[in-house]
Each structure stands twice: as C-alpha cells, then as structure tokens.
Design a protein around this ligand. Sequence first.
Ligand code: MN
Ligand code: MN
Length: 460
Amino acid sequence: MERKNAWTTFTDAQVAELETLCKGYRDFLDNGKTERECTSYAVKEAEAHGYKNLNDLIAQGKKLKAGDKVYAASMNKTMVMFHIGKEGLSHGLNILGAHIDSPRIDVKQNPLYEDSEFVLLDTHYYGGVKKYQWVTLPLAIHGVVAKKDGTVIDVVIGEDENDPVVGISDILIHLSGEQMQKTAAKAIEGENLDVIIGNKPKAGEEKEAVKKAILDILKEKYGFEEEDFLSAELEIVPAGKARDFGLDRSMVIGYGQDDRVCAYTSLVAMLENEEIPERTSCCLLVDKEEIGSVGATSADSKFFENSVAELIALCEDYSDLKLRRALRNSKMLSSDVSAAYDPMFPSVFEKKNTAFFGHGIVFNKFTGSRGKSGSNDSNAEYVSEIRRIMDDAGVNFQTAELGKVDVGGGGTIAYISANYGMQVIDSGVAVLCMHAPWEITSKADVYEAKRCYKAFLKNA
Ligand code: MN
Ligand code: MN
C-alpha cells in the first residue's frame, strides 16, 4: 500500500496557497513560543473573525443560533472555539484538538544565584527533552511575572535583533574525557541546565556584585524584584525565528512545532470555514500535554466539558442528558505530531507503518507503547469514515505508528475525549527531530493538515 508523495499532486495554485499558509505558520511559531502566547494569538484571530467571548455572552444572557461563533479561554493557556451548526448540539460536534505547550526549560521559583561571578537562573526542564541538545544555544526568556499588587508583566527577552540572549554552557571538548564516557542521558544533567544571564559586577559593591547589577536591570528594565520570581512563569526557549529549511525550501525549521503545527492548521481550518456547518465545528487548544495532560488547563480538565455545557445553555434549554449526548455523539481528530522517518536512524522504524515527509496528514489508529499501553485505539468503522472523507476531498494522507513495536512510543490527548464515548482518532503532521530545540516539518504536510481539518469539519 504505497502512498503518493503529495508534492507530485499539487497544482501551481496549490503550491502558492501552501506557501502563504506556511508564511502564516512561521509567524505563528515566532509569536507563539509559549502556551500563553499561542492562546493570545488564537483569541485575537478568533475575535477578528467574529468569534464572541463565551463569558460576555453569558453575562449578557444572549441566546445563540446556527452560524454564531463563540470562544472561551481559561487562565490564558487553553482555549476552545465553536461555530454553531444547523443540527442541535445533542447530535454532537466535529472537534479538532491539539496542544500548544512544548518541551522547554522552566525557571524555578527561587532561581537567581551568583557563582564565580556568573549570575545564573536555576531551572527545571518541562516535558521530554534530550538535555544535551539544550546547551550552547542562544536562548530567549518568555513568560509572565505576576506581582503582589496584581499587575502581570509580560516578558519576552531575546527575540528582537537588538535584544541580548541567554544560554546554557557545556564543557570544552579538551576537558570532556570523563563526560564523553557517560551515557547521553547523563552527559548533561537536569541540575546543570542553569541559564547564564550575567557576568558584570556593579560598581562599588563587594559581595554578589554581579547579582546586584542584574537585579538593577530587572528592576529598571523589566519592573520586578527578586521576590517576584516566586510568582512568575518564565520559560526558556530557543531564540530566533522559524525558517524555510532545505535549498528547495520544502520544509520548515522552528521551535515548538510539536504540537503547534497541528494547533495552527486546526485554527486556520476553523477560521476559513465561513459557511454555517451542519454539525457544530469546534477547535480545542490545550496546555500540559507534554507533562501528561494534568491540571486545570490540560485536556483532562473540565474546561472543555464545562464550555460545551454553557454552549448548550445558550442555545437551548440545558439538561445534563443533552450534554452527555453532545459529547457522546461527537467526532474528533485528536491532532498531535508523528515521528517522521529519519534515514540516519532506520533501525527504530518499521517502514510500512511509518510517516514519511511529504506524504500528507498522518492517521494513527493507535498510539501507545509496546502492547499498545496508553493508547486510544480508534474504532475501525470510524477509520473507514475518515478514509472516505479524505479520499472524497482529495486529501493526501498516510497511516503510521510511532516507531517499531518494542522500541518506544508515546501517548496523546485522544484517550481523554474518547472517555465520553465519542469517536476519536489520532492524526497530525510528521516531525523530524521531535522535542529537539529546533524541529523540522514538511510544508506539504502542513498544507495537507489544513485541508484535512477543513474537510473533516465540513463532512464528518
Ligand atoms: Mn505532542
Ligand atoms: Mn511532544
């Protein structure tokens, strides 16, 4: 069962459309390096396309009807959009789900210290990272500092050309004899991922003079003090913009493409479907997937269910049964990235069931590890419906597993929505170097993802 290379199927007009989409995608990656930044971006786009804030509608007691567009956000880290369809909500929704958090280095609560006249931030990595990949790179600081008086300072340092960047050191090769004998997991350890942020002493100070100089900068330039780190969320991410990759510009390299590639294409599909849908369309962007979907802003929280309940209450008379029916009768593409075949590491893949760059959107009937542990196993009947929708719309797709059976694996948010009894399948874009500071995707796959999502919202 060979699948076609999508590039060979595109018309000139499609290639032009693909380039426009990927320009927007790179812009999204540049402006959405944290879950908060992605939520702000999506909310702004939603509002510009006529989506109204659910909380405002509740406050105004407005009733909703087919064609109305609604969004809700929680804690600035997760958001959901609804485009109300002609059928009642109890018939179910067509849902696109993706996550907007990515592996990174988080700043600890009490992070600031001086050692040998360097000032560093102590950190705690977030998600699955190969620690050795994060040293000797220009890094940026993104996030918020919430002060005791209730004000919240937005921080982005290291993205503007004129900004300084920060970074993590590694020992020179000349003195690495001992380090090079260690396993890759131990060569750089978690507590050694501290970020250097300064090296110049404050004039006239004797003790911790460099730290004092840094504290002056934090106060004067960014408006906060050392104690304010206690209530800050600062994320250390690779500094710099996403770029076209390859001499033929066929790919995109950028930070955080897991899973912002699915988040962005889902968002665009939602915004581009202007016609009133038959079934209500929905796009859900969640946080905390990379640490197991836990907490208030994750897929496992009640945020989505509560938002659907509020939606029913605004459309018709609410009942618990209607909510349960709406969820049970829903269909979902749970979108997360797939492992792309890497010719440098053929031994971890089983080629017949592997995602290849340029072969389109990837469907995983199941994910999980070894004996399908942690998997959502999508129903065969549902997979057949998805195949039909994709073939009818001429969308290039492929099917895959995450590596060889015994080699490893991974889970997604699919099983969480599946608990409602809805139809859910894992889908997404293949990524090379997943979870590395700089990840790579194929533009053809980005384009096919968006086409897939549009067809699904319309025809599922
Ligand atoms: Mn992911
Ligand atoms: Mn991931």
